[in-house]
Design a protein around this ligand. Structure first.
Ligand SMILES: [Zn+2]
Ligand SMILES: [Zn+2]
Length: 437
């Protein structure tokens, strides 16, 4: 089997049939084209190698076997366990794998579309109050069961001849709208971060908001990634909760990004008195999940945590981000959280020193808003989407197009039509008025 990318951007999979002739399949998604190839190969091997009784294994039994040797990490496994127990096991657990047909699988998906969730916003819900399963959840459920078949097809000889959960009709996923900070909110946040936690916290967030580094890329930023002379950062890894994970060279996430001059100056200031050398002692994790524990504070980290080790999402949110977002005020005054108990202030009002006016607070977002903010501001300023994709390291251009509506000229044609229509409709109205008068 071989896969190639066509000039159209689609993926074509070619498989040799038992008679020596070739057969091909083309799809937008590489994973789907590959899945088709595996399935075809398995089908062709069926007559020769496959033990037809191998596919009589119950789906739950096969899953047990795979799960025992899974290279996946705990949170992913726990999530899959929950999906399996809630949605898949009751429907298919006791079925022999080779007995499930594609049309039965589709019927099940159709039922999922009108299934209501059992828990919503952290509470058990029942009956008509509960919303339907979201499209993203349905995709996740179908991918989870489909992966069991992909693994079975990948066995040599294959356990089954086909994956009934492949290429089903699934509901369309709708992404939530992009949210981002306005510049005055960002400025209030920068100011507060610096006042409360110093220059390092401010600089880290500036890199997120301007350059669009992922939070984990910021936590994992090492001094030797910075080209101080040219003002560039080579983004080549990300700090995950299991350690530093390198990006393969082939990935768009592996990239060189420019740094705004004032942020570079702040970084230089943070480096004063520090060595630019030093072996990295951070914990590391390979893409297939092999972990090497860290050994003490890492001298190479640009933005170390209080004890010298890397920051992680939890401690960044709890120690820096959440308190600063809570305390930031557009008017520049102090939040009640930053003054002593004996300072007087008025609930809901902006006072002389202390401000509790809800209109002067900034919106509460998670640290991921930094990346959305970077992209949104650049697109609004007219930077082409391709440049934004390169800066942010989006693997898929479709992700970047989520910002397209913000481009200054995005609605020019439509606005032009309305303007012209407005002009031409103005005239007859005048005539009508004159006639009545
Ligand atoms: Zn390190
Ligand atoms: Zn105020």
């Amino acid at each position: 089997m071989y896969l190639r990318k066509l000039p159209s951007g689609k993926w074509q999979c070619t498989v040799r049939k038992p008679d020596g002739k070739k057969t091909t399949y083309t799809d937008k998604l590489k994973s789907r084209a590959k899945e088709w190839g595996l399935e075809m190969e398995a089908r062709f091997k069926r007559g020769e190698k496959r033990d037809p009784r191998a596919g009589e294994i119950k789906l739950s039994e096969w899953r047990e076997r795979l799960r025992a040797n899974s290279p996946l990490e705990e949170p992913t496994l726990a999530k899959q366990d929950s999906i399996w127990a809630t949605h898949i096991e009751p429907a298919w657990g006791s079925w022999p794998m080779n007995a499930i047909t594609k049309s039965e699988a589709q019927q099940w998906v159709n039922k999922l579309k009108v299934t209501r969730v059992a828990r919503y916003q952290g509470k058990d819900v029942d009956g008509e109050d509960a919303p339907f399963l979201g499209a993203a959840t349905i995709h996740e459920i179908v991918n989870t069961v489909g992966a069991l078949y992909v693994a079975a097809l990948d066995e040599d000889p294959p356990l089954v001849a086909t994956n009934p959960f492949a290429r089903l009709k699934l509901p369309r996923k709708v992404l939530p709208p992009i949210r981002f900070y306005e510049p005055e909110e960002a400025n209030a946040l920068y100011r507060t971060l610096e006042e409360m936690f110093g220059l390092q916290a401010r600089t880290l967030v500036e890199l997120g908001m301007d350059v669009g580094l992922r939070p984990g890329e910021n936590y994992g930023l090492h001094v030797d990634q910075v080209d101080w002379l040219r003002g560039l950062i080579e983004v080549r890894h990300v700090m995950t909760r299991y350690g530093l994970r390198g990006y393969p060279k082939s990935k768009k996430s592996h990239r060189a990004v420019p740094v705004p001059p004032h942020t570079l100056a702040a970084m230089k200031q943070l480096m004063e008195g520090r060595s630019v050398w030093g072996r990295c002692t951070c914990p590391k994790v390979t893409p297939d999940g092999q972990k090497t524990p860290g050994s003490g504070p890492c001298p190479g980290l640009m933005f170390p945590a209080a004890k010298g080790g890397p920051l992680n999402d939890n401690n960044f949110r709890q120690r820096y981000w959440n308190p600063a977002v809570e305390a930031a005020r557009l008017c520049g005054k102090l939040s009640p959280s930053r003054v002593g108990r004996d300072t007087l202030w008025t609930v809901g009002k902006c006072g002389t020193e202390v401000c509790d006016d809800p209109a002067h607070k900034i919106r509460r977002f998670s640290p991921n808003v930094m990346r959305h903010t970077a992209a949104s501001w650049l697109v609004q300023a007219g930077v082409p989407l391709y440049d934004v994709q390169a800066l942010l390291g989006h693997e898929d251009f479709a992700t970047t197009t989520r910002y397209a509506h913000l481009a200054p000229e995005a609605h020019d044609k439509i606005m032009g039509v309305w303007r012209r229509r407005g002009e031409s409709s103005a005239a007859p109205r005048e005539t009508a008025e004159r006639n009545h008068g």
